[in-house]
Write a protein of this length. Structure first.
Length: 113
């Protein structure tokens, strides 16, 4: 299975917009899975917040570091329509370029092989 890192806007200035960003990322990731790909979906990170022991804190930097490790192990990166409004997605795109990881802007551009 081709490993696809999905990048786009997550954070926003209000909870409704954050939820919309999450919905888009999860929806696209689910579609990738139904097409036979193995997506990395950063919008599922909220599970770590809900399930971590209360004595353990996970920082934004921790999330960014672990996500970058997954990007570096991915076969390609898919940038969602809102990626350019995210400083994190811009950093991810820049890192993908540095590593020569193919960059796509729509699911239909990604080939299975």
């Amino acid at each position: 299975m081709k490993k696809v890192y999905v990048a786009g806007k997550y954070n926003d200035d209000n909870v409704i917009s954050v939820l919309e960003n999450m919905r888009l990322g999860m929806k696209v990731s689910a579609e990738l899975m139904t097409r036979g790909f193995a997506p990395f979906c950063p919008w599922l990170d909220y599970h770590f917040v809900l399930m971590r022991p209360e004595s353990v804190k996970i920082t934004v930097e921790d999330y960014q570091k672990y996500s970058m490790v997954w990007l570096e192990a991915s076969d390609c990166i898919l940038l969602l329509s809102n990626w350019w409004r995210s400083s994190g997605a811009i950093k991810e795109m820049d890192r993908a370029k540095e590593l020569g990881i193919p960059i796509y802007y729509s699911i239909d551009e990604i080939k299975e092989n």
